[in-house]
Design a protein around this ligand. Structure first.
Ligand code: UDX
Length: 486
């Protein structure tokens, strides 16, 4: 572990320390941000956990790719967990508690070490940290460094987390299973949209003392203490809610979609994949791209539930049968750890496996951005993680949403009800519904969803092109980093 000194020299270039939450989605988007800052000539230290660093070094081209930026440095810190810990979604609280207990003091210690410990790199002059790591704000304030939070979940969910106290006071909780479709009217900007069913899954306990509710309430209320807030979104997607967020965090930098922003700045839309850095913590199986090359345009349903979701045997079988019965071609990412320790293949009866082989292709991890951009892909069955959602929006691919946790329940509601970019399958996992939704999105309502998806994709492209809102906001962020670093 290296260290950074706090005394700044007038002659030192700005040096930004970027610290993402140790999950795939947040690391992906914040590494893109790191590269955007490097492109502008800033020094960047990208700080990840030891566990993630070893995976990045093993599975990605991060070292060779970033060697073109002499100001880039990859550093790491302990996440407080044993190396063989599964680090999956259902252990979120355990991971977060270890982070608080172990990583927080290490982070502070790291920033207080003398400059000689990191020479010849210049001292850190600016921090960008995930918005849920509020201890970074405490440390930044203590040592007098400017800090901007980066929210890697969706802004619609961020706003909901800001409104948790209103929800708790409104008498909304507790509620029964048969009251899930009741509309919630007390969240400004979400009237007529938000149902109890669309709240984060942990709200269902109805217990205001639920540790998850407490965690998100506490952490989110620290965000306005930072000097600004970066959101991975674009104004045309979430304008009305962004106005609400601005009432609490006026210095907002909406600079997304970050993955597309980088492509736009590098102007390499048509360049080979090797032009980009991969940030997968797993080995990508690129054979699926050749398989996609052989399929007709827009004929394939891409299925992936992200990096943290675990599914049960029953759910696996329902999806399997639903996909096979839909008669559509599919590319499905089934991570080896998808079933929390169980090996998934033995759960599927042989005849079903044979049936799937006719039209399906399964990989353990895919180069998702490339898959979503492939002309053969016609729909995305997704867990509605924020990065997956933005990647699908940008490529104009309609979605079928099966949300799992945190921000995903509300993301899927916005996809289905507000943006009209697909269907929300929330709270059901039934072969008949899977089959019907796949056919609705791929056939019955294909025109309708394709039209709205293409319209939104165009707006996303405009936002990151020269003069677009996200592009202008990124330039403003870079200017602010320079001026606040002096
Ligand atoms: C976590 C939370 O679960 C999510 O709610 C929150 O919005 C962000 O952090 P995660 O499971 O990492 O999400 O999902 P997501 O945000 O969608 O990110 C997954 C990333 O992995 C995407 O960038 C996607 O392109 C990538 N991916 C996924 C691959 O590269 N290959 C795959 O096979 C699957």
């Amino acid at each position: 572990m290296a260290g950074f000194m706090i005394v700044r020299s007038l002659h030192s270039p700005p040096h930004v320390l970027i610290f993402p939450l140790p999950f795939q989605g947040p690391v992906n988007s914040m590494l893109k941000l790191a590269e955007l800052l490097c492109l502008s000539g800033l020094h960047v230290t990208f700080l990840v956990t030891d566990h993630i660093r070893s995976r990045l070094l093993r599975f990605t081209n991060i070292q060779s790719h970033f060697s073109r930026y002499p100001g880039f440095h990859l550093d790491s810190i302990s996440d407080g967990l044993p190396e063989d810990h599964p680090r999956l979604g259902d252990q979120f609280m355990e991971m977060f508690n270890a982070f608080q207990a172990v990583t927080k003091p290490l982070f502070r210690q790291m920033l207080l070490l003398p400059a000689s410990a990191i020479a010849p790199r210049p001292p850190v002059t600016f921090i960008i940290a995930d918005g849920i790591l509020s201890f970074t704000i405490d440390v930044a304030k203590e040592i007098g460094l400017p800090i901007v939070c980066c929210c890697t979940i969706s802004p619609c969910s961020l706003w909901l987390f800001f409104c948790l106290p209103i929800l708790l006071q409104s008498g909304e909780f507790p509620f029964q299973e048969n009251e899930l479709d009741v509309l919630i009217t007390c969240v400004p900007g979400m009237e007529g949209v938000l149902r109890r069913r669309d709240l984060p899954n942990f709200c269902r306990s109805g217990d205001p003392d639920d540790p998850n509710i407490r965690l998100f309430m506490t952490e989110r209320h620290q965000v306005p203490r930072a000097d600004g807030l970066i959101l991975n979104t674009f104004e045309d997607l979430e304008g009305p809610l962004l106005s609400q967020i601005r009432t609490l965090c006026p210095n907002l930098y909406t600079i997304g979609p970050l993955h597309a922003h980088l492509k736009a700045r590098l102007a390499v839309d048509t360049a080979p994949a090797s032009s980009f850095s991969s940030s997968s913590f797993r080995q990508e199986d690129r054979t699926c791209l050749s398989w996609l090359d052989e399929q007709p345009p827009k004929s394939v349903v891409y299925v992936s539930f992200g990096s943290l979701v675990t599914i049960t045997e029953e759910q696996l079988v329902e999806f399997w049968v639903g996909l096979v019965n839909s008669g559509k071609r599919f590319l499905w990412v089934i991570r080896p750890d998808s079933m929390a320790g169980k090996e998934w293949e033995s759960q599927i009866p042989t005849e079903l496996r044979e049936e799937a082989k006719k039209r399906g292709y399964i990989v353990g991890w895919a180069p998702q951005e490339e898959v979503l951009g492939h002309p053969s892909v016609g729909a995305f069955l997704t867990h509605s993680g924020w990065n997956s959602t933005l990647e699908s929006v940008f490529e104009g691919v309609p979605m079928i949403c099966w949300p799992y946790f945190v921000d995903q329940q509300i993301n899927s509601r916005f996809v289905g009800e507000v943006w009209k970019l697909g269907l929300d399958m929330k709270d059901t996992c039934d072969r008949v519904i899977v089959e019907k939704m796949v056919n609705d999105v791929m056939d019955v309502r294909k025109e309708e969803f394709s039209r709205s998806a293409e319209r939104m994709a165009n707006l996303a492209r405009q936002s990151v092109s020269k003069g677009g809102f996200s592009s202008v906001n990124l330039d403003r962020l870079i200017e602010d980093i320079r001026s606040m670093s002096c």
